[in-house]
Design a protein. Structure first.
Length: 336
């Protein structure tokens, strides 16, 4: 639920806002939609309530061709909800009530073992319980699946979890909380990344909003500057980055190339309002990367329908001629 305001309210302050809107969201769902639009075949693992919000969430996933066989309808709990203020600058503040997805369990994950273990990439975040995240990581890592964790909201992470990660992708605030280094520059991002690598993570990408992203891994230390755009709404930009990143890695792109692909997707997302609605298509991302120029505005995304829930059409786009496809690009996700 979004309210547009002139500026974000301070503690204890009431501000009269402008437009109000509701939209499908949740970090993992946003990431799933981003991955699907970027060309991935996506399986989503979650819990939603047996309520109107839950049905709307499923409808949005289906419209983007996302497989929802492992999304549980919980009759006892409401669907998760996020309350979002969006300022004129595009900055936002968010509070989340996890609802049903706060009860996503290791048993739910084990039921999805076949999807997890056949994936090219598993992408997770921390809006689901940590024991559930750990169970999914262990299953996927044991099967040789590359695991990406977007550690949001930030919390302490056990060493065993970090050691099973192919990639950790915190933003500045999350990296600061995980390492104790205040990340506000390329130099401090490098320090924080070094600490995370020392804890056993194979690769680290720290997203830094309008600054860009810092990439670190074996033999790689690279800062990728952000594209300059007129931001309308930054909601979901990090999720768009992570979804596109997972697809690029699943397709066999190098870490730096994958980060550049994700960086372009995130830049395109902030010039449209909303989280899922702002995620760009593969065609839009590739056009920008080829032209080197971002349009000042993009039309709102409208899913295409071909009478089959959108799934076959998305799969066909994923494997079109000339697209890298070393394995079936299945990004399994945990999220509300």
């Amino acid at each position: 639920m979004l309210v547009k305001v002139d500026r974000l309210p301070q503690s204890g302050e009431t501000i009269l806002g402008g437009e109000f809107a509701t939209a499908a969201g949740g970090k993992g769902a946003n990431q799933a939609v981003s991955a699907a639009r970027a060309g991935g075949e996506v399986t989503f693992i979650a819990r939603v309530g047996a309520d109107t919000f839950g049905q709307l969430a499923l409808d949005a996933l289906h419209a983007n061709g996302i497989h929802t066989d492992y999304v549980v309808r919980d009759p006892a709990r409401p669907s998760g909800v996020a309350l979002i203020f969006v300022a004129k600058t595009g900055q936002n503040s968010i509070a989340v009530a996890p609802g049903a997805n706060g009860k996503l369990s290791p048993a739910d994950v084990r039921k999805a073992k076949s999807a997890l273990c056949s994936a090219s990439v598993l992408l997770l975040q921390l809006e689901t319980p940590l024991p559930t995240v750990q169970a999914a990581v262990q299953l996927a890592a044991a099967a040789g699946v590359r695991v990406i964790l977007n550690p949001a909201p930030a919390r302490p992470l056990p060493a065993r979890l970090l050691e099973n990660l192919y990639l950790l992708s915190p933003n500045e605030i999350e990296a600061s909380r995980l390492t104790g280094v205040v990340v506000n520059s390329q130099e401090t991002a490098a320090q924080a990344a070094a600490r995370l690598l020392a804890r056993g993570v194979q690769n680290v990408i720290i997203t830094m909003g309008a600054r860009g992203a810092y990439v670190a891994g074996p033999g790689v230390r690279r800062f990728i500057a952000a594209h300059k755009v007129n931001a309308v709404d930054a909601t979901g930009a990090g999720d768009t980055f992570n979804g596109a990143l997972a697809v690029a890695i699943a397709e066999g792109q190098s870490l730096v190339d994958a980060a550049c692909f994700a960086n372009a997707a995130a830049a395109l997302s902030v010039i449209r309002l909303g989280a899922q609605t702002s995620a760009p298509t593969r065609k839009e991302i590739e056009h920008f990367l080829a032209a080197g120029k971002i349009p000042s505005a993009l039309p709102a995304f409208t899913p295409s329908h071909n009478g089959n829930n959108g799934r076959s059409g998305l799969t066909a786009r994923k494997i079109k001629k000339g697209r890298p496809n070393p394995r079936r690009t299945l990004a399994a996700k945990l999220a509300p």
